[in-house]
Design a protein around this ligand. Structure first.
Ligand code: ZN
Ligand code: FE
Length: 256
């Protein structure tokens, strides 16, 4: 079994870059390198040689380190086919259902538009690791820069099909603010209150709240619960469609 070792590198104000190593082959991928220097330094410290870059979408805080890391390591850059023209240095463009190999490990590609029109996610089933960029966050979801609420809801429902045990490696530490927002919709949700307490205590100790597990996201993330009647009630949208509820949650978050 091809096990992954995963290192989390906090960069910029709230981004997470991931170094992912497949031990049998020694292949090492960087997921969404916002910048190059801290990533190259971290790899050097670990004694890891970067062989791949995996990009979820074209935003500068996800591809900013691409060209310098490629120049330093000669690594292969894999990114979304629908956004090929916006991924610096891309070597391999992938689509929904494609399989990406990292040494002995395999990732399935999900097409998850909404935040951007070409956003993809990388799912490593053997390691139960989901790299979802700015689509799904701990207790949140990405802003809709290039997509509609209906599109984002479809994308999130796709990710929601994955097992509860999936670790959600999202690209930003937004969780504490997301928790405050979620509680503004459902102040009496006791599961959410408990999770918010855990998040506050992790952040107080300067610890990351990412990765979370998909099971807790399914239970407490309002953006994954747009078809939950309890959420519709909290929004005062009883009986309305999941898309309408999702759009309302997203609208409120945009002005929170
Ligand atoms: Zn983004
Ligand atoms: Fe981002």
């Amino acid at each position: 079994m091809a096990q992954l070792e995963i290192q989390q590198i906090p960069v910029l104000s709230d981004n997470y870059v991931y170094l992912v190593r497949e031990a049998d082959s020694g292949a090492v991928a960087v997921v969404d390198p916002a910048v190059s220097k801290p990533v190259l330094e971290a790899a050097k410290q670990l004694g890891w040689t970067i062989t791949h870059i995996l990009n979820t979408h074209h935003h500068p805080d996800h591809v900013g380190g691409n060209l310098e890391i490629k120049k330093a390591t000669g690594c292969r850059i894999i990114g979304p086919a629908p956004d090929e023209a916006r991924i610096p240095g891309i070597d391999e463009a992938v689509n929904e259902g494609d399989i990406v190999k990292l040494g002995e490990a395999e990732a399935e590609i999900f097409f998850v538009p909404g935040h951007t029109r070409g956003h993809i996610a990388f799912w490593f089933p053997e390691s139960q690791a989901l790299f979802c960029g700015d689509t799904l966050f701990a207790l949140g979801c990405g802003r809709l820069f290039e997509g509609s609420p209906a599109q984002m809801w479809d994308s999130l429902r796709k990710l929601r099909e994955l097992p509860d045990t999936a670790a959600v490696y999202c690209a930003h530490e937004y969780t504490q603010n997301n928790a405050r927002f979620a509680l503004s919709i459902e102040p009496d949700n006791s599961q959410l209150q408990e999770r918010a307490r855990q998040i506050d205590s992790l952040r107080k100790d300067g610890k990351p709240t990412v990765p979370s597990h998909l099971g807790e996201e399914k239970a407490t993330n309002p953006f994954l619960r747009a078809d939950d009647p309890a959420l519709a009630t909290a929004l005062n949208l009883q009986g309305r469609s999941a898309q309408e509820c999702f759009a309302e949650v997203r609208r409120r978050k945009d002005v929170f």
